[in-house]
Design a protein around this ligand. Structure first.
Ligand SMILES: Cc1cc2nc3c(=O)[nH]c(=O)nc-3n(C[C@H](O)[C@H](O)[C@H](O)COP(=O)(O)O)c2cc1C
Length: 417
């Protein structure tokens, strides 16, 4: 397995604020092309490229832009989601820090395509240096004429505001993010209406993940055909995989979609487990993705293959657990985090996540019963079925999969009472 550096090819190759360095290495070609093509053609190219969102939900980008573009005239907004709060996920930071002009170029093209004059980048509040860098980048971009009126001599005018995230996992969820930007409590909402219909300040809004938006200049600069040569049928391009947990080497690796299996990825890039013991389980798509047991790790790194194996590719945050660690510990650690992250809007998630955390702590302390395990299962299933947003629908998945794959770990703690 080797990396295919499509989005990360410039990372570290130019000083982050050096626009000339970016331009000298092929930067801004896509923006110039987009302005010459017109908004409809840009959206058509992104549709033809088959780009799907990298923020976790996997929504197709071109159709999303078309929905916002098709809404009535008036203010429209574009938001780049750089909250990156999901456990085991740190790939957007590589692009934000290592090739910020490319991300900015993607934001400008997106805004042009949907007809937005105001854009935002909502950055994880813990990425302090990244926020500082982006504040400086906005100043540089304005000086160079890439923000403000009449970009590159065209009729297109656009502004970008850098917003420091509030340090909550839930603010990555698009409606919670929008509420937070409106200076209201960060809470999800029922859909529809979707943000493309009624988003920020009640106006059509597109929210896209950083990695999604970084694909845009690449597609427009290299052409759709070149882009579609990479990846697999229905899932073109590359993905940035964050690798962490019990591996010798954690990091972010850009791979062509489908270029290897989970086992190969862990062995070759992570150099195996920290202790050298076999892998026990893996979460392939961040902390809310279901666990896969060792027997399922032969699946290819594609959305379909990982789904068939029983989990989701999600944010492509691969978290590795090794033999010797208990599923009870794993679940307890996950629920400790998600247990205080519900926005509180809907009852299943608000109550369910706290109850599940309480039960697993009781089980961990050796005070659990088989009825407690059944309750854990039932509450988890109810959250998945009845929660408003992806938080409540997903956080129970690793718990449910742990109970199914490693019942002996839970029984051992109960038997030891
Ligand atoms: C609880 C929760 C947290 C999320 N956190 C993020 C995040 O940090 N970054 C992100 O891009 N998307 C996140 N999402 C997904 C967003 O709601 C939205 O689908 C995404 O930003 C759309 O961008 P994309 O189409 O480019 O993937 C989160 C969703 C949920 C339910």
């Amino acid at each position: 397995m080797k990396e295919t550096k499509l989005l990360t090819r410039r990372v570290g190759k130019y000083e982050p604020l050096d626009l000339k360095g970016y331009e000298a290495d092929g930067g801004l070609v896509a923006l110039k092309r987009a302005l010459a093509m017109g908004p409809e053609s840009v959206i058509e190219e992104i549709k033809r490229a088959g780009l799907v969102g990298r923020g976790g939900a996997g929504f197709p980008t071109g159709p999303k832009w078309a929905m916002a573009a098709g809404e009535e005239q008036g203010p429209k907004y574009f938001i780049c989601n750089a909250e990156e709060g999901e456990l085991g996920t740190f790939k957007d930071k590589v692009l934000l820090d290592g090739d910020p002009w490319m991300v900015l170029e993607g934001i400008l093209i997106a805004a042009y395509a949907i007809g937005a004059k105001q854009t935002y980048i909502y950055i994880n509040g813990e990425y302090e240096q990244t926020i500082q860098l982006w504040e400086k980048l906005v100043v540089e971009a304005r000086k160079a004429g890439f923000l403000g009126d009449g970009i590159l001599g065209s009729k297109f005018s656009v502004n970008l505001q850098v917003v420091k995230g509030k340090g909550l996992y839930i603010t990555g969820e698009e409606f919670a993010l929008i509420s937070s930007l409106e200076t209201r409590r960060a809470a999800s909402r029922l859909k529809p209406p979707y943000p493309t219909q009624k988003g920020l300040f009640g106006r059509p809004t597109v929210v896209n993940n950083v990695e999604t938006i970084a694909n845009v200049p690449v597609i427009l600069a290299n052409g759709v055909e070149a882009y579609r040569k990479l990846g697999v049928e229905g899932e073109p391009g590359t993905r940035l995989f964050s690798l962490s947990g019990a591996v010798k080497e954690s990091g972010v690796y850009e791979l062509e979609v489908g270029s290897g299996t989970l086992t190969e990825f862990i062995d070759e890039f992570g150099r195996g487990t920290s202790s050298g013991r076999p892998v026990k389980a893996v979460q392939p798509g961040g902390g809310t993705s279901a666990l896969l047991a060792r027997a399922s790790l032969g699946c290819k790194l594609t959305t379909q293959a990982i789904r068939q194996a029983g989990s989701e590719i999600g944010t492509a945050g691969v978290i590795v657990y090794e033999e010797g660690s208990s599923a009870v510990d794993i679940v307890k650690g996950l629920l400790k985090f998600y247990g205080s992250e519900s926005c509180g809007r809907c009852a299943p998630c608000r109550i369910g996540v706290v109850r599940m955390r309480e039960i697993i702590e009781k089980v961990f302390q050796g005070e659990g019963t088989t009825e407690d395990l059944e309750q854990l299962r039932q509450i988890g299933k109810a959250c998945v079925a009845a929660s408003t947003c992806g938080m409540g629908q997903a956080f129970p998945l690793p718990v449910l999969s742990a109970l199914e794959l490693f019942p002996q770990d839970f029984e051992a703690v109960i038997e030891n009472r």
